[in-house]
Design a protein around this ligand. Structure first.
Ligand SMILES: Cc1cc2nc3c(=O)[nH]c(=O)nc-3n(C[C@H](O)[C@H](O)[C@H](O)COP(=O)(O)OP(=O)(O)OC[C@H]3O[C@@H](n4cnc5c(N)ncnc54)[C@H](O)[C@@H]3O)c2cc1C
Length: 764
């Protein structure tokens, strides 16, 4: 028992002084992915998060779906889901929680962080001040946890500010901006008219509702907004409002773009509660929505999701041109691919379109310099506060992009600690390569980056395989796609002549079908902006086979779109076969991401005009049932030597033949090698946007992914066997080490419809 007597002295809080290699402030997706990446490199990390759960705007407190380059699969960024830790998290969440329950997602994150012995997680712990050891060096971050009444002093040589509003960077004195740059400053033609459009994006609060099965009355709080139709014009617009929607669909309940999005946050919160409870009152009590009689409010956000505030100065400012022109940088370490997405400052009360989104033709690299504080020597800046102009921020702010950047910071921090350097040391053409290389080894995709020597043992070894896919046929499933809008097949073709393609079609009445072979002007893109050949076929009524012959046309290797243009008289046979690196795309609309079939800016705002050819989601998405003569090749084992673990220019995968009953890969050296780890890179469909909440997904594990495989040594001893893989990267560690002259990996096909594939093997 404790029975303390009255003390004349003021009591003090319990205080803990702690030392870490890296202190990460902010447990949003940037902070989480930064901390995990750094910890896996062996450095000791403190992850400080002021709220009870991780995820920031992706947590169950705000309930935003994480997005990034895949852009709800509504633009031309194929196979662009961000790699590394963020991919692992999304794949795991889809496996455990394909329905997108936000509460379960919280625990996916907590589970991932708790699994790292090098991370100490401090939830409910708010960083509130800092100490510097010199003008340009932070030495301590002070934080307080009201739940355990403990004050913490985090001492470190390195800090990563992933706190959204940038508290640590701000207190350290670092240069920052709030608001929009003038058009002239960086020659950004999309820079907004500040009076018309404002300078900042506002906050939002969402609600969830549920059908209780019996009538539920609702009495609104007195503060709830009245005159909804007059005050919120978008409630009258079916593009924005339908009575059955909730959560992220109300992204446009936005407020605060004309006030101080940091110091007025509480003002903004009350305004947004006023809006939310007023909107619900309108739904329940206006008499217009009898279908809402049984609905009740299940949850309303109590913390506003913040979009924009401070952006800090790094060694490079990302601008509109970097995004739109997909500019390459010697020090690229991450990428973006969401549209440049700016909103009217009056938010929910505006009669303007809720967002103004312009896409680039593909993903764009983000340089390391945007993550390194210009002013403070031992500070990384991560998440939405990175060094980007207001316009570029319109794209770089989304959470898979911030997470990917967080991973780059985590990796760089580990090198800083191990080599006793400051972050700016790696701003160098040569020195950055060590970080890029290690990032790639952990699954980070860095567009346009060429590294020739991956460095693993597998590259030195002889590789042989039991079979290699010769893609002759995608078998008909019995279903047909009516070409009411154009459909294309995205195919990796080898240099030389183009195979003859045969399709099975139903022609309802005599017609002429246009077929185009297209490719991308930039080889690494998937925007079909270059028509290589156009053919037309006069077809008579009936079920028939159409042979498409490309005559003497010769091509360079790369991705090509075989496009069947809109023809309402024709339907084309589909296939249930799924092949790594082969997929259908459709020239159709996805208004959720401002895809109206084509991007056609009406004035010169510095963005491109082009068509959107995008996928559909399973189970609707199906390949077309085509035969190829000669077969499409290029799915060979040499692809295992590259360091690109997703389709770009080439499938980059070894794919076994459908008929190979025991797909086997043998990696052999001249002499016995000592092995401690094998990493395998599987296909978890980087094209699938794995939104973490609300949306739900058809598959819990991706149908391309090898579930069962065995690994043997040179004497046939089983080193590893699993029957339940669903992850992209499998790292198998041998604590005692293995001495062997060969590694043999036997894969099982994921299903009868999908041949086994592998993007890479790294053996250390
Ligand atoms: C309504 C809305 C819609 C959006 N739409 C999308 C979308 O659909 N998809 C998408 O990907 N992005 C979307 N965004 C953008 C995205 O959510 C943000 O840009 C993103 O969350 C930024 O990530 P972050 O890690 O920098 O910040 P956050 O997600 O805000 O994470 C920062 C974390 O730091 C913590 N923190 C702050 N201060 C401290 C402190 N002093 N001490 C300790 N911890 C601290 C916070 O609690 C928070 O958890 C939207 C944003 C809003 C508000």
């Amino acid at each position: 028992m404790i029975n303390e007597i009255f003390s004349l002295d003021k009591r003090s809080l319990e205080r803990k002084v702690l030392n870490y290699d890296l202190v990460v402030v902010g447990g949003g997706m940037a902070g989480v992915c930064c901390a995990i990446t750094a910890a896996r490199q062996g450095i000791k990390v403190a992850l400080i998060q002021d709220r009870p759960v991780l995820g920031g705007n992706a947590s169950s407190e705000v309930r935003l779906w994480m997005l990034g380059a895949t852009s709800h699969m509504g633009n031309n960024n194929r196979w662009s889901r961000e790699g590394g830790v963020i991919d692992e998290i999304l794949v795991e969440n889809t496996y455990r929680n394909k329905e997108g329950n936000p509460v379960l997602f919280d625990m996916v994150l907590v589970d991932k962080v708790l699994a790292e012995k090098n991370i100490d997680l401090y939830l409910n712990t708010i960083a509130y001040t800092i100490e510097k050891s010199s003008d340009k060096v932070i030495s301590k971050v002070f934080a307080f946890n009201p739940q355990n009444q403990t004050e913490y002093v985090f001492c470190s040589d390195l800090f990563a500010d992933c706190s959204g509003d940038g508290l640590v960077s701000y207190l350290s004195g670092a240069s920052y901006r709030i608001g929009a740059e003038d058009k002239e400053e960086y020659n950004e033609l999309f820079a907004p008219d500040k009076n018309e459009y404002g300078e900042l994006l506002g906050h939002s609060i969402f609600f969830y509702m549920k059908d209780t099965g019996k009538p539920v009355d609702y009495v609104a709080p007195d503060f709830a907004l009245k005159d909804i139709e007059e005050m919120i014009p978008k409630m009258m617009n079916p593009e924005y409002f339908s009575v059955n929607q909730h959560g992220c669909k109300y992204w446009w309940l936005e407020y605060g773009g004309r006030i101080d999005t940091i110091h007025d946050t509480e003002v903004i919160k009350y305004e947004l509660w006023k809006v939310v409870y007023g909107v619900w009152d309108y739904i329940k009590n206006s008499g217009k929505y009898p279908e809402a009689a049984n609905f009740t409010l299940e949850w309303v956000g109590v913390i506003p999701g913040k979009r924009e505030s401070r952006r800090f100065k790094g060694h490079y400012m990302l601008t509109q041109q970097d995004v739109i022109e997909q500019r390459n940088h010697y020090d690229s370490v991450a990428y973006g691919g969401w549209s440049i997405d700016l909103h009217p400052a009056d938010g929910v009360y505006s009669s303007k379109s809720g967002c103004n989104q312009w896409h680039s033709k593909g993903v764009y690299p983000i340089p390391y310099r945007t993550y390194v504080s210009y002013d403070i020597d031992n500070l990384f800046i991560g998440g939405r506060l990175i060094s980007a102009s207001h316009v570029a921020f319109g794209s770089s702010r989304v959470m898979c992009t911030t997470a990917h950047g967080g991973q780059a910071i985590g990796m760089a921090a580990a090198f800083c600690i191990k080599e006793n350097k400051n972050p700016a040391y790696y701003i160098d053409n040569e020195k950055i390569k060590i970080i890029q290389r290690e990032l790639i080894a952990t699954g980070q995709y860095i567009p346009q980056l060429e590294l020739n020597d991956f460095g693993g043992l597998a590259t030195k070894a002889a590789i042989s395989v039991s079979s290699e896919l010769q893609l002759k046929k995608l078998k008909p499933s019995g279903t047909y796609f009516a070409i009411t809008y154009p459909v294309g097949m995205l195919l990796p073709l080898q240099s030389g002549t183009v195979p003859t393609v045969k399709a099975v079609i139903n022609v309802k009445e005599s017609t002429t079908l246009q077929v185009q072979l297209r490719t991308s002007q930039k080889k690494f893109n998937f925007t079909p902006d270059s028509i290589v050949l156009e053919k037309s076929y006069a077809l008579s009524k009936g079920h028939q086979e159409l042979a498409i012959n490309f005559d003497d046309l010769t091509i360079e290797s790369g991705y090509y779109f075989l496009c069947f243009m809109k023809n309402e008289s024709i339907e084309i046979a589909e296939s249930d076969n799924l092949i790594t690196g082969v997929m259908p795309v459709y020239n159709y609309q996805n208004p959720a991401v401002s895809n109206f079939g084509a991007q056609l800016p009406t004035e010169d705002i510095g963005v491109d005009s082009f068509e959107f050819w995008c996928p559909k989601r399973r189970p609707i998405a199906k390949n077309l049932a085509l035969t190829f003569e000669p077969a499409i090749e290029g799915f060979d084992s040499e692809n295992l030597r590259t360091e690109i673990f997703r389709p770009v220019v080439n499938s980059n995968a070894w794919i076994a033949d459908f008929n190979d009953e025991n797909p086997t890969l043998r990696i052999e050296w001249d002499k016995k090698e000592q092995i401690s780890e094998i990493a395998l890179f599987f296909d978890t469909d980087a094209d699938h946007a794995m939104e973490n909440v609300q949306m739900g997904h058809y598959d819990s594990s991706m149908p391309f992914c090898v579930k069962e495989y065995k690994i043997f040594d040179d004497e046939g001893n089983t080193l590893y066997h699993t029957t339940s893989n669903h992850q992209t990267i499998n790292k198998i560690s041998f604590s005692e080490g293995v001495t062997t002259k060969a590694i043999v990996i036997e894969l099982q096909h994921p299903s009868d419809l999908t041949p086994a594939s592998l993007f890479g093997v790294n053996i250390a």
